[in-house]
Design a protein around this ligand. Structure first.
Ligand code: SF4
Length: 346
């Protein structure tokens, strides 16, 4: 079911949203920020992460890399270390790559038009709209997760948002206040994040209550419609925590592309540990198991059981003291193992 808003209704909706935003909008470090590089960083961090988590990462990042040139010159390990714990690590690798694109392809000047900015790795249409409306007040609409939820409810959309992107983009375009795109987009994001929440939306104080079909039907939380759930498989993994005679532990780096690319980890394998031990530490002696670690990624979950072994002959470079592990970027699951190792090692 498509909502049809007349231009007069759309104008009234813009006014009511902006008036609510004037009173209830959030104060955020990147808001009204004219530095387009900073706005870009915030937009990428916010793609899959909530504001309250992003703020401290954003501040630390800008201390380490105050300019796009600083980011372009950094080594990938430093970049990943600053991203550690934020998840979806391709975002960090893409930021790093795109900073190098800015330096090599755009003469060090962050691009300021839509076509150019879309050439940067990791920047799609909604991120480009977010950056250019926020930093330059350009009339470009957005369609992030929060906005999809608000618009789906306004329209009482009968399909999951992923199946109706064209209509959702159209509605976002139609509603956009081209006189004031910066505030309008920020207000729309705030509405989604603070009132039109997934659970328990605050419809009683929503400026768009009288325009919202889901509210009129009395069923806002029935929207957005969900795609049928796929069963998420669980992988049972075992990690070899190998200590050498100097009490150093073995770590390895994942390939730079793909899931958790470039991060460090303890060697691990699905199923039995023996083939991995035979390959890496044939004379390893089992000592003890640590608590199993659980973690959920987008398409699967893991149960990771760390098993401590001692090893007499240790070769290679990647034997590290427990106290030095924090110099390397690890995924959340392996950070949970490190926490346990620290407790054991005092
Ligand atoms: S009335 Fe409720 S469901 Fe509709 S947009 Fe407002 S908060 Fe969301």
């Amino acid at each position: 079911m498509t909502a049809v808003f007349t231009e007069a209704t759309r104008q009234a909706m813009r006014r009511s949203l902006l008036s609510w935003y004037g009173q209830a909008g959030r104060t955020l470090p990147w808001r009204n920020e004219p530095n387009i590089y900073r706005v870009w960083i915030s937009e990428i961090m916010l793609q899959q992460t909530q504001v309250k988590t992003v703020i401290s990462y954003y501040e630390r990042w800008l201390k380490a890399f105050p300019t796009v040139q600083n980011l372009a010159q950094a080594d990938q390990q430093t970049v990943l270390k600053l991203w550690e714990g934020l998840g979806y690590y391709a975002r960090a690798r893409n930021l790093h790559y795109a900073a190098q694109q800015v330096v090599t392809e755009f003469g060090g000047q962050f691009p300021e038009d839509l076509e150019a900015i879309l050439q940067l790795k990791g920047v799609g249409r909604t991120t480009a709209g977010g950056i250019l409306s926020s930093a330059r007040n350009l009339p470009l609409s957005i369609l992030d997760g929060n906005v999809k939820r608000v618009l789906s409810r306004l329209m009482a959309l009968d399909r999951p948002p992923a199946k109706a992107l064209k209509e959702l983009w159209q509605l976002s375009d139609q509603l956009l206040d081209i006189e004031n795109p910066r505030d309008f987009n920020q207000a729309l994001m705030d509405l989604g994040a603070t009132l039109c929440k997934q659970k328990n939306p605050s419809c009683d104080i929503c400026p768009w209550q009288s325009n919202c079909q889901a509210y009129q039907q009395g069923t806002p939380t029935d929207f957005p419609r969900k795609a049928p759930k796929k069963k998420i498989p669980t992988k049972k993994l075992v990690a070899a925590i190998a200590f050498n005679t100097q009490n150093k532990v073995f770590i390895q780096q994942r390939p730079v592309t793909g899931l958790l690319g470039g991060l460090w980890e303890f060697p691990n394998i699905e199923g039995e540990l023996k083939p991995l031990l035979d390959e890496l530490f044939p004379n390893a002696v089992y000592q003890q198991s640590l608590e199993t670690v659980f973690h959920a990624y987008t398409h699967f979950k893991i149960e990771l059981t760390p098993k401590i072994h001692t090893v007499k002959n240790s070769e290679g470079n990647h034997w590290v003291k427990i106290s030095d592990l924090d110099q390397y970027p690890f995924s959340k699951a392996h950070l949970k193992i490190i926490e346990q190792l620290r407790k054991i090692n005092g």
